[in-house]
Write a new protein. Structure first.
Length: 160
């Protein structure tokens, strides 16, 4: 069996007039993240981890930020396409782990919904999809609540 691991990272800044969508879950917040797509920073980091594991480039390779086809894109749809790209090459995800660095909002009440949302698209058990939340202890731009950053890891496998 082939086994590969990949990592992903993304950051989006907050802006007015945007919805806050994390791992496909829309949170009831006044401000959201700014981006060409729906700015789902969690899903973007997961996509990069999966593409990285499979050696298939990164999210910008497959979904260029300047491409009008992806304006306002639902990132869960991009995740679905990413899974298909891996599946075509025989890869399937074993587990996903993420760390969300957000000063606010408090994410604990939303963690299970975020895990379930990613797991549903990826066809995985919720137990195999982890979302963890941290703050930046008030330090720097993340600590000032100006942005949310996410780190992700993906383990994938295929029969050799
Ligand atoms: Mg992004």
């Amino acid at each position: 069996m082939d086994i590969r691991v990949g990592t992903g990272y993304d950051l989006h800044r907050f802006g007015e007039g945007r919805r806050l969508i994390l791992a496909g879950v829309q949170l009831d917040e006044e401000r959201g993240l700014v981006g060409h797509s729906d700015a789902d920073v969690v899903t973007h980091a997961v996509i990069d981890a999966m593409l990285g594991a499979a050696g298939l480039g990164d999210i910008g390779t497959h979904f260029p930020p300047g491409d009008p086809r992806f304006a306002g894109a639902n990132s869960m749809e991009l995740l679905r396409v990413t899974l298909a790209l891996l599946s075509e090459r025989g890869w399937r995800p074993v587990n996903i782990d993420t760390t969300v660095i957000a000063e606010r909002p408090r994410l604990a009440p939303h963690i299970l919904a975020m895990r379930a949302s990613l797991a549903a698209v990826l066809g995985m058990d919720v137990e195999s999809v982890s979302v963890k939340a941290k703050t930046s202890e008030g330090l720097g731009a993340l600590g000032a609540g100006e942005a949310i950053a996410v780190m992700a890891a993906a383990l994938i496998t295929r029969d050799s």
